[in-house]
Write a protein that binds this ligand. Sequence first.
Ligand SMILES: *[C@@H]1O[C@H](CO)[C@@H](O)[C@H](O)[C@H]1NC(C)=O
Ligand SMILES: *[C@@H]1O[C@H](CO)[C@@H](O)[C@H](O)[C@H]1NC(C)=O
Ligand SMILES: *[C@@H]1O[C@H](CO)[C@@H](O)[C@H](O)[C@H]1NC(C)=O
Ligand SMILES: *[C@@H]1O[C@H](CO)[C@@H](O)[C@H](O)[C@H]1NC(C)=O
Length: 503
Amino acid sequence: MRANLLLLIPFGLCSQLCSARKNVLLIIVDDLRPEIGVYQDESNQYFSGIKTPNMDALAARSFVAKRAHVQQAVCSPSRASFLTGRRPDTTKTYRVAENFRHLGGNFTSLPQYFKQKGYATAGFGKVFHNAKNSEDIDEISWTEPYFKTMNKDKWKSKVSWKAASATKRLKYPLPDETIATAAVETINRLASKNNAKPFMLAVGFTKPHLPFIFPEEMFDLYPKTSINLPNNPYVPSNMPSRYAWSRWAELRKYQDIKGATGLMNDTLPDDLVKQLRRAYFSCVSFTDMQIGRVLQAVSEQGLNDDTIIALIGDHGYLLGEHGAWAKHSNFGLATRAPFMVSVPGLTDDSIISNEMVEFVDLFPTLVEAAGLGGLEVCPDDSTDIPLCVEGSSLMPLITNNASVPWKDIAFSQYPRTRRSTKKGVMGYSMTTQQYRYTEWKKFIPTTNEPRWNVNYSIELYDLTSDPDENHNVAEDSAYLEIRRDLQEKLRAGWRAVYPGGIK
Ligand SMILES: *[C@@H]1O[C@H](CO)[C@@H](O)[C@H](O)[C@H]1NC(C)=O
Ligand SMILES: *[C@@H]1O[C@H](CO)[C@@H](O)[C@H](O)[C@H]1NC(C)=O
Ligand SMILES: *[C@@H]1O[C@H](CO)[C@@H](O)[C@H](O)[C@H]1NC(C)=O
Ligand SMILES: *[C@@H]1O[C@H](CO)[C@@H](O)[C@H](O)[C@H]1NC(C)=O
């Protein structure tokens, strides 16, 4: 080894020069609502007993967005959105099996951007989607072979939750354990190349998505008696049931849930609710362990000061609140998800932010944090523009630049009827510091355009007096002026509140 030292000097120089370019590690956790220690302080909706030491440690050196909302509360539409920095009406990806490159346009994805900038890019597990084929993987985004996850078939389940035995795990590690192992190996391999190239890794963990499968010892963290019931196991009063409600078919397909109707106010028995919550929390702690292994590898390679780390969910989740389960709606619990970014040198003491953040902000934030400059804001029609974004870099918040006014609105949407049926419905929704406001509009499936003048139903929740969204006050005359104001803001859309204005 010593004999090689002289030869290595040029690389050593490069490593000094190149070290200005930081690595980027993006960790995406499937179906993780902000059920993490750092989010527990101000809301009674999340479980105070959650155990997430590794995510908490990352939060302690990150910018943590407390009010971050996804643009659509279901996996691949949300991922297509934050991985292109564009909203669902631009990616035109509203359903699980859809691909933005065929529908919205051949847009440059976040990892593809870093690839173009000379980074080594590697994907693991569920990034764009389930990684079944080359389209799911988005092959063009990666310089390294994609890691698709192992042992999935060994851990299939007909029941909604299962504690995995240590013996079986020894033989067949859980899929997320194989993802963490592959990510650790890749970090070690890429780090050992003398920093010739910075890396961008996207590591997509698949739990706590259903079925809830976790190592049996996780149960010890959550004694049965410690599990609480949600305090609002019923549908909001005056909720427009025709569109706002989802019958949580995703959970009802499991054998142990089959009797359930999913109808409004027909809630699951308390004991089953507690079982499911306990299993979900166990999955969260299991995923936290895997995240810990990946963060440990970065640290052991001495890369903590050279690596930007983002950790996000892909949307929120309901665990019996409103008597509902999973996502597929515009409730705040479905759109709100964890969002933190660690930028060495800037967030070392942690920045907890209550500003409104949207997941489309991730792409421009990581690009600017990596020192690659600002990205253009997309024009109205960006079909043919490979690179532009519909979010705003969060660097003004991260650098505490008070001269940049911040947006007070996060926009989300959820479609209700199938593309195959003639009649489409889109729930356009927005969250402000004080309200959640949703209009369910007629939506033309062929052109993907809403008819703003056709009004199906409206929801308005006053988050100051009703943070859990239990009372729709859209028809309450006391809110007439507020409703008018919010209606205008919903139509004006994200461009009207873009921080600092659009140049
Ligand atoms: C999409 O764009 C990439 C460059 O970003 C190009 O290599 C690829 O051929 C394009 N695909 C299609 C189908 O046009
Ligand atoms: C469900 O129950 C809640 C609380 O009792 C009530 O306010 C709401 O109107 C009910 N909704 C339906 C559709 O039964
Ligand atoms: C703060 O933002 C303003 C407006 O965008 C910009 O001109 C200024 O350079 C920023 N200051 C810092 C310290 O980044
Ligand atoms: C929309 O429809 C609801 C009833 O479904 C009605 O109360 C409301 O006033 C309508 N809003 C507008 C702006 O037409």
